[in-house]
Ligand binder design. Structure first.
Ligand code: NAD
Length: 350
């Protein structure tokens, strides 16, 4: 998310979560509820302190407002960030306690999976609240792990962006994928099927090495992945991959990946432009997961998700095209479009 002054209001609600019995320790940040309940996943991660967890929650919640608005969803933006306890803990108990906290908000916040959480965790949450998605789906209905939808949206966006930026199909191109978790691994499989060459990095060796063996991907260190020789760089780990230093070292001509908050600071958008590197804005390309979550929460069908996810890549292509014509950063153009959607809804409501 580009942290520049916007027309949006600051977080309407920030709820501190603490329950000594279960080890629950974190925050729910609700950034905007203009378009509907604040929706965004639950991140479960080790943070040095509460300040870092809160900062992450605020950035991620803001990003969800923009993402949901541009995807045309009837949802505001929010996020939960939970600190992973050190040592042993009862995971089921912790997520049940989180579910109780979500329930207390009475539908102001809708949760789902994010980094570090699983379908099983959301099933625990569902024991305490109905304001949760990412649960196993009934036949034909929307639901389940949102990651495959996210990966599909990223893959199709990358294919469309490669045609626009590199005038090429993905076959024969090299893609550097940073992070081979739920989304990154799925994206790698789709890229390998499309004939792309893969270079991957992840500090977690087990999954990374198995994937490399199956797909014939080259493995490099986490410090090298952003600067390897590749046409496309796909950040699929945590936020902030695009620091000024990382951008200076990039050899790729296109950045398109799943991670939220890829730009470490607003100036990085200009740095990318000045270096002639196209940037497919993170929250536009990675909207597949929240599209699935939204449809599940609203009781829609899998076919609705399928259709809406298929609309992501054309949106990305139009955005890149429009930004190039105006010689502006796609990140800034996307932000303005999302702000206009929310401001329009505010005007209607006023
Ligand atoms: P995940 O936890 O399954 O995977 C993240 C992976 O990144 C892990 O394997 C982790 O070891 C790896 N990683 C951490 N630091 C790294 C580093 N420095 N270099 C390389 N790899 C590193 O999470 P996920 O669900 O795959 O999500 C990945 C990203 O996509 C996150 O930023 C998430 O917010 C975003 N996202 C996910 C979804 C979804 O549907 N899961 C939707 C939208 C956005």
């Amino acid at each position: 998310m580009v942290a520049r002054p916007t027309r949006l209001t600051p977080p309407v609600e920030c709820v501190r979560l603490y329950d000594a019995d279960s080890g629950l320790d974190g925050v729910i940040a609700i950034h905007s509820t203009t378009l509907g309940p604040g929706a965004g996943g639950c991140r479960f991660w080790s943070y040095p302190g509460m300040d870092e967890a809160l900062a992450d929650a605020l950035r991620l919640a803001e990003g969800m407002s923009y993402k949901n608005a541009l995807a045309g969803l009837p949802l505001g933006g929010a996020k939960a960030v939970l600190r992973r306890p050190e040592g042993d803990f009862d995971r089921a108990r912790l997520f049940h306690a989180f579910g109780r906290a979500v329930e207390q908000l009475g539908g102001l916040y809708v949760t789902a999976e994010d980094v570090g959480t699983s379908v099983e965790d959301m099933q625990e949450v569902a024991g305490a609240t109905r304001h949760v998605a990412g649960l196993p789906a009934a036949e034909g209905r929307a639901g389940g792990d949102p990651s495959p939808w996210t990966a599909r949206g990223v893959f199709e966006s990358m294919r469309a962006a490669a045609r626009f930026v590199l005038d090429s199909d993905l076959a024969g191109l090299t893609v550097a994928v940073q992070g081979t978790g739920n989304v990154g691994a799925d994206l790698c499989r789709r890229l390998a099927d499309a004939g792309a060459r893969l270079v991957i990095a992840d500090p977690s060796a087990a999954r990374r090495d198995r994937l490399a063996a199956i797909l014939g991907a080259e493995v490099v260190g986490v410090d090298e992945i952003a600067s390897v020789q590749a046409e496309i760089f796909a950040p699929c780990a945590l936020g902030g991959a695009l620091t000024a230093e990382a951008v200076r070292g990039l050899k790729a001509k296109l950045v398109c990946g799943a991670a939220n908050n890829q730009l470490a600071s607003p100036e990085v958008a200009d740095l990318l432009m000045n270096r002639g590197i196209a940037y497919a804005p993170d929250y536009v390309v990675n909207a597949g997961g929240i599209i699935s979550v939204s449809a599940e929460y609203l009781g829609e069908d899998a076919s609705d998700v399928d259709y809406r996810v298929s609309q992501i890549a054309p949106r990305v292509a139009a955005l890149l095209d429009g930004a190039a014509r105006e010689r502006r950063s796609p990140a800034v153009v996307a932000d303005e479009m999302a702000e206009e959607v929310i401001a329009g809804a505010e005007r209607v409501a006023a």
